[in-house]
Design a protein around this ligand. Structure first.
Ligand code: S3P
Length: 174
């Protein structure tokens, strides 16, 4: 199997499965895996909800930007990116320069099904009731999707498997 020629960067809305798929791909390719939320949590020694509560969203966005600006040039692996990262500051350009960006596209209804029981760890969602959650997903996805869709590749639900991603990003691999 051939190696990835560049970093693989997974972007998409909360709940689209970036970290789960990213870890599987990294495992299969025996490459390091980075989750931007986990790295920021480690640096601040606080969970994402705690960071939002103590410092607010705009501080979190600044942390995301600094994280990307300081990202080690010699890293070679798979990166799962917080859902809002490509939609703030100059992060999208930084990501597009850092490697092959893949958007894991999901419909609002699918995202709702995946997020309804996974709101607690996500400060932007945790206080929303089910109706508000669906509305938030629909309206925020509409705003964010133009950014997500600037990815090098856009994968629909059925293509979001390890083998399909590897085929798409390195078509000559076995
Ligand atoms: C956010 C997504 C989260 C995390 C934070 C904000 C967003 O990451 O960065 O709660 O604005 O979409 P996941 O996409 O991994 O849930």
């Amino acid at each position: 199997m051939s190696q990835l020629s560049k970093n693989l960067i997974l972007v998409g809305f909360m709940g689209s499965g970036k970290s789960t798929l990213g870890k599987k791909i990294a495992n299969k390719m025996q490459l390091p895996f980075v989750d931007t939320d986990e790295e920021i949590e480690l640096r601040l020694n606080r969970s994402i909800p705690k960071i939002f509560e103590e410092f607010g969203e705009s501080h979190f966005r600044a942390l995301e930007q600094t994280f990307l600006e300081q990202f080690p040039a010699n890293f070679h692996g798979v990166i799962a990116v917080g859902g809002g990262m490509p939609c703030h500051n100059n992060n999208l350009d930084l990501l597009l320069n850092l490697g092959t960006v893949v958007y894991l596209k999901r419909s609002p209804k699918e995202l709702y099904q995946r997020l309804i029981h996974a709101k607690k760890s996500r400060p932007l969602l945790s206080k929303l009731n089910p109706d508000e959650l669906l509305q938030y997903i629909e309206s925020t996805l509409k705003l964010r999707e133009p950014n997500y869709e600037k990815a090098h590749h856009i994968l629909g639900r059925d293509e979001q498997t390890v083998d399909a991603v590897l085929r798409i990003i390195s078509p000559n691999s076995e």
